[in-house]
Structure formats: structure tokens, C-alpha cells
Design a protein around this ligand. Structure first.
Ligand code: NAD
Length: 261
């Protein structure tokens, strides 16, 4: 628990399930006030909000598409209307589309990039404008992936978007460091969330994924949420512009794990 987080106000995009849901729940344990964004699943978002409140925090749910400027403005407005301020903005919403790149439609490319990369830009821009206007030492956390570093054939749009998130995060971290605004990314590895449900339901694919993790297991959304809480808190007060990999060692070239090479 980080006592400085108590009563701080956070926006979490894509909070209706998976990692976003776990971050909302964790922020509730930290007694924060949380705007839980969802795009199409109000029931999941309400469950997340109920958990925040049960844990001692406050919460509202807000429908918004993160790939639009109006959507991000609505999230900021909800934070101000309900809780009177904004301290932490988590750009978590994301999706992926599998396709051989020579068959990937422009629509599919644009969809992934508009949520995974443009959504991060628009959310960050909205938060930064508020922090600047109110002279606030705010905090932004962008959900990247191990695929900001590891190429991922048949997921070129996703890897390109996450690679973009990495340098966007580093760039705005540098641009606003003098204002006391911190911006970091999280790079999850293989985490047990709905995005992976189909893959992990297949034992062969599950085992294959585990074999790429030196720690020999899939991660939990709560383990990612723990990193988000640390980055949001003053315990990480001298940290900006990093990607915190939460990946069981997946970025450590696991093919070498038994001394090969
Ligand atoms: P998930 O599919 O469970 O959740 C994604 C969330 O984003 C959902 O709530 C979804 O509704 C929301 N979303 C999608 N499009 C949206 C839009 N246009 N506007 C608002 N919300 C939208 O996936 P997850 O695993 O919880 O992923 C969360 C983030 O973590 C994503 O950015 C993902 O790329 C990243 N990530 C996940 C893993 C993993 O293994 N699960 C690994 C690396 C990175």
C-alpha cells in the first residue's frame, strides 16, 4: 500500500476487464477515486467499479472510445465532475488483430493503431493539458507490451503500435520532466486475461507460451496492477521514461535459458 495515493484521482482506460480491471481494483485498495472507462461492456465496468468501492475507494464508470478526442475529454470531465481533480491517467485500453502482413487490411491496421497508439497519444494529451493548466505534478502510465521490443510476426500492427508507445512515452517523459510530470510505460509479457483466453484454452498453445517465459508460468493481471500502483506512487518519484517489464523474464532471450548458443 502507498499512503500518498489515498484520495488521488485516476482515469483508467479499458477498465472493464483484464489488466485494466485489476488496476482499478488495486487503486481501490489504495483508496483512490477511479474513473473506470469501458467501450462496450458496462456490466464488466460496473463490476470493476463495485470492487473499487468495496476496497474503500470511489468509482464511476464512463463509456468512451479512446481513439477519439471527445472520448478522452469525457473521461477527464468525469474525473473533474465526480472527484474534482486528476492525478493519474492510465492508458491501458488495447487490442490486437492477427494477420499475415501481406493480407492485413488497411482498416485492420488503422483500427489497432487508432486504439493502441493514437489512444495513448490522445489520453496523454488530455491529461498533460490538465496538468499544465493546473500546475500539477501529474502521472501518466502507458500500457505497452514486451512487443515494444520483441518483433511479433502476424501481429505487425500491434508491434508497430507498441513500439510507437515506447518512444512516445520516452519523448513526453523528457518533454514534461521539468514540470514534475512523470510518464512511464509497463511492458507486460504473457498475462492471463480475456485477450489471451482463446489461446490459453488450447493446451498446446498455453504450454508453448509458458516455454517462452524463464519463470515458467503465465503472469496475473494483479502482478501488472502492482507495477501500476508503484509507478503511480511517490515510491517511484525519481522514475520517468522507463518501460517496466512485468514479464517473468520473457525479454531476456529465453531460447538461451539452458546455456545454448
Ligand atoms: P483485454 O482484452 O482483457 O482488455 C482490453 C480492454 O481495452 C477491454 O476492456 C476493452 O474493452 C478495452 N478497449 C478496447 N478498445 C477500446 C476502445 N476503443 N476504447 C476504450 N476501451 C477499449 O486485454 P488486456 O490483456 O487486459 O490488455 C490490456 C492492455 O495490456 C492492452 O493495451 C494490451 O495490449 C496490453 N498487454 C496485454 C498483455 C497480455 O498478455 N494480456 C501483454 C502485453 C500487453
Amino acid at each position: 500500500m502507498y499512503t500518498d495515493l489515498e484520495r488521488k484521482v485516476a482515469v483508467i482506460t479499458g477498465g472493464s476487464k483484464g489488466i485494466g480491471n485489476a488496476i482499478a481494483t488495486r487503486f481501490g485498495q489504495e483508496k483512490m477515486a477511479v474513473v473506470v472507462n469501458y467501450n462496450s461492456d458496462p456490466v464488466g465496468a460496473q463490476k470493476a467499479a463495485d470492487q473499487v468501492i468495496a476496497n474503500g475507494g470511489k468509482a464511476v464508470i464512463v463509456q468512451a472510445n479512446v481513439s477519439t478526442e471527445e472520448g478522452n475529454q469525457a473521461l477527464l470531465q468525469a474525473a473533474l465532475d465526480n472527484f474534482g481533480d486528476l492525478d493519474v491517467w492510465v492508458n491501458n485500453a488495447g487490442m490486437e488483430i492477427k494477420s499475415a502482413t501481406h493480407e492485413l487490411s488497411l482498416d485492420a491496421w488503422n483500427k489497432v493503431v487508432s486504439i493502441d497508439q493514437t489512444g495513448v497519444f490522445l489520453g496523454s494529451k488530455t491529461a498533460l493539458a490538465y496538468f499544465k493548466a493546473h500546475n500539477k505534478k501529474g502521472n501518466i502510465i502507458n500500457m505497452s507490451s514486451v512487443h515494444e521490443r520483441i518483433p511479433w510476426p502476424t501481429f505487425a500492427s500491434y508491434a508497430a503500435a507498441k513500439g510507437g508507445v515506447k518512444l512516445f512515452t520516452q519523448t513526453i517523459a523528457m518533454e514534461y520532466a521539468k514540470d514534475g510530470i512523470r510518464v512511464n510505460a509497463i511492458g507486460p509479457g504473457a498475462i492471463n486475461t480475456p485477450i489471451n483466453a482463446k489461446k490459453f484454452a488450447d493446451k498446446a498453445q498455453y504450454d508453448q507460451t509458458v516455454s517462452m517465459v524463464p519463470m515458467n508460468r503465465i503472469g496475473t493481471p494483479e502482478e501488472v496492477a502492482a507495477g501500476a500502483a508503484w509507478l503511480a506512487s511517490d515510491e517511484s518519484s525519481y522514475v520517468t521514461g522507463i518501460t517496466l517489464f512485468i514479464d517473468g523474464g520473457m525479454t531476456l532471450y529465453p531460447a538461451f535459458k539452458d546455456g545454448q548458443g
